[in-house]
Design a protein around this ligand. Structure first.
Ligand code: NAD
Length: 359
């Protein structure tokens, strides 16, 4: 039996999480395993109910489950809040509380999505398939000192060798299952923390002689992602650079609504799965959000936390099937194409999934 902590979040979160939940239920039903969802609140929804963006009991429940699925948090109603009261503070506490230090963000553009990508087809070539492995619990988002004193504010970029090493190993292991190329991204020409980063990643690379390692400065990496995207396989990088580069890579896939993520920590502990996109308050409640990022996050959950790789592949294949049928939500629909709703996309994926699992 699998127990999942289910935190739909705010804005479009509940809409897309519902589609992901039904996809997981379809897998469990087709393959005869038991699945239990433990619902909880995070972000604005939690603030409204408890005054806090994440409560201690919710965090304890998340820790006790096999995996955690989280929708996006935030929205204009809570933008005025500060510090620990902010929606993002709940999200950061959840990541820290689960000790998920490696954030895996795949960004792929296959033949069916070339028309939705802002890049010219010749830049996409035979396809783009990038996996960004972002450090998630250290760096400038967490290190001290941090704070504001009148007209002066400070944030600190700090890393230990141990933090860099465990992240680098996740990247090299992932590359072994892919095209065996790791691009380590830093700002070693300016930042001392980046020089440590580069030294440690180079040292770890010696344990992976079958994987090619290259170092790239973050500014040139940002440029190469749009000029030579097919060059990249696995990108390993620190928290802030990874946050920015993964959104940039997301645009290559046509929309943030296509991008899933998995956050992994220590073996045997629950992973955290969430779409990369935010709460999208501009389209929330209208049934038009793209559920694919949430559905593909559920596929990663099947693969990394439940060890159900063939069902994960079936979900990914079912998404490709639905896209191959021509279904597009508004964010990925080319001009003149009639978009489908969140529910229609989810339903088409489940139909294709049931067919794949029944084969
Ligand atoms: N991980 C998270 O919980 C997370 C991440 C980013 C932003 N946020 C929060 O979300 C709120 C809105 O932030 P933002 O506008 O900068 O980013 P956003 O990702 O919510 O939206 C950016 C654009 O992408 C579109 N979009 C996002 N997801 C989509 C989907 N599934 N389908 C179709 N279109 C989609 C939106 O409509 C918007 O035009 C803020 O409160 C922000 O703090 C949360």
């Amino acid at each position: 039996m699998a127990r999942l902590c289910w935190l739909p979040g705010d804005g479009v979160g509940p809409e897309v999480a519902d589609e992901a939940q039904q996809v997981l239920a379809t897998c469990a039903q087709a393959r005869g395993w038991r699945l239990e969802f433990e619902p909880g609140l995070i972000g604005g929804a939690s603030i409204e109910a408890t005054g806090l963006p994440l409560t201690e009991p919710t965090l304890a429940r998340a820790r006790a489950c096999d995996a955690v699925f989280k929708g996006p948090v935030g929205g204009p109603a809570w933008d005025h809040l500060r510090g620990e009261q902010r929606c993002e503070a709940g999200l950061l506490r959840l990541r820290k509380g689960l000790e998920v230090f490696a954030n895996l963000r795949p960004a792929a553009v296959g033949p069916e999505l070339v028309a939705s990508s802002p890049l010219r087809p010749e830049l996409i070539g035979a396809g783009i398939d990038i996996l960004i492995v972002r450090e998630l619990t250290g760096g400038i988002y967490f290190a001290e000192p941090k704070g504001r004193d009148g007209d002066r504010a400070v944030d600190t970029m700090a890393y230990s060798a141990a933090e860099v090493e465990r992240l680098a190993r996740v990247g090299f292991e992932a590359a072994r299952l892919r095209r065996r190329r790791v691009t380590s991204v830093d700002k070693a020409n300016v930042l001392e923390s980046s020089r440590l980063w580069r030294d440690v990643v180079s040292r770890v690379a010696a344990d992976y002689p079958d994987v090619v390692l290259e170092h790239q400065l973050v500014d040139s990496c940002a440029m190469l992602l749009v000029t030579r995207p097919a060059h990249f396989d696995v990108i390993v990088t620190e928290n802030l650079f990874g946050d920015i580069l993964s959104d940039e890579a997301g645009v290559l896939a046509g929309s943030l609504g296509m991008l899933p993520s998995a956050s992994l920590g220590h073996p045997g502990r629950p992973g955290l799965y969430e779409p990369v996109h935010g709460a999208a308050p501009d389209i929330a409640g209208r049934g038009v959000a793209n559920p694919i990022a949430a559905i593909l996050s559920a596929a990663l959950l099947l693969r990394y936390s439940l060890g159900r790789s063939d069902e994960a592949r079936a979900v990914e294949g079912a998404v490709a099937d639905a896209l191959a049928l021509g279904l597009r939500t508004a964010d990925i629909a080319p001009a003149g194409h009639v978009p489908v709703s969140t529910q229609a996309m989810g339903s088409a994926v489940r139909t294709a999934l049931a067919a794949r699992l029944g084969r």
